[in-house]
Design a protein around this ligand. Structure first.
Ligand SMILES: CC(C)(COP(=O)(O)OP(=O)(O)OC[C@H]1O[C@@H](n2cnc3c(N)ncnc32)[C@H](O)[C@@H]1OP(=O)(O)O)[C@@H](O)C(=O)NCCC(=O)NCCS
Length: 188
């Protein structure tokens, strides 16, 4: 996928991360209410060193696509899609976050809506999924508004900040592919 991609949304743009974002990222990401609904790979507290490591990854050879969400010229969040490995290599995972002051304006919904078709077009994948903690109805709504289906509830699958909770798996299957009645298809 073209790592130099920039996508204009209403109220935000999606664009590649840059070294110039290190301080801005550390500033907006250092919010425990963001980390609370993310995997532990999203640090809390979020230091400048964490931001530097992330931006090295995002601007390096990491498979997939990691983009900054920019609002009014400043980093406001992030979104990424990366293909999984092994037998899951036809599946990609999507993740995203947005700083509190910018929420509730449809920015995450628009970002997901822009990236999903691009990922289907440019990665060799059949499905995109997101595991959402059961304490995160806003994220479930973002996915539902983008046509994701609530496929499964993984009971007590997650422990975050000392609380065990369910993980809800949301899935979107690439449209236009032919599957037989057992849900299988032979790859060329
Ligand atoms: C999830 C997140 C990215 C949503 O960002 P956002 O830009 O505010 O999302 P949108 O404005 O596009 O849509 C949010 C939707 O959730 C709804 N919502 C918000 N809080 C809600 C709640 N407590 N219960 C139910 N719905 C809720 C909003 O009303 C809106 O739906 P609507 O358009 O039908 O009214 C943001 O809350 C966030 O960054 N959270 C922390 C990180 C995170 O959880 N990332 C996802 C991990 S799976």
């Amino acid at each position: 996928m073209d790592a130099g991609i920039t996508i204009s949304l209403r109220g935000a743009i999606l664009r590649p991360w840059s070294e110039d974002d290190i301080c801005g990222l550390a500033r907006v990401a250092n919010d425990p209410t963001i980390a609370a609904t993310m995997r532990d790979g999203f640090p809390s507290p979020y230091t400048t060193d964490d931001a530097r490591r992330f931006i090295e990854l995002a601007t390096g050879s990491a498979p997939g696509l990691l983009l900054a969400i920019e609002v009014d010229g400043n980093v406001a969040g992030g979104i990424g899609i990366h293909p999984l490995t092994d037998v899951y290599r036809k599946t990609a995972e999507i993740g995203y976050w947005l700083a509190m002051p910018h929420r509730g304006r449809g920015i995450a919904t628009a970002a997901v809506g822009a990236l999903v078709p691009l990922a289907f077009a440019q990665f060799d994948i059949h499905r995109i999924q997101a595991g959402v903690f059961s304490n995160n109805p806003a994220s479930m709504r973002v996915l539902e508004k983008n046509g994701f289906n609530r496929e499964a509830v993984h009971q007590k699958a997650v422990v975050k900040n000392g609380i065990v909770m369910d993980e809800v798996l949301y899935v979107q299957i690439k449209k236009g592919e032919l599957w037989d009645q057992t849900g299988t298809t032979r790859l060329p």
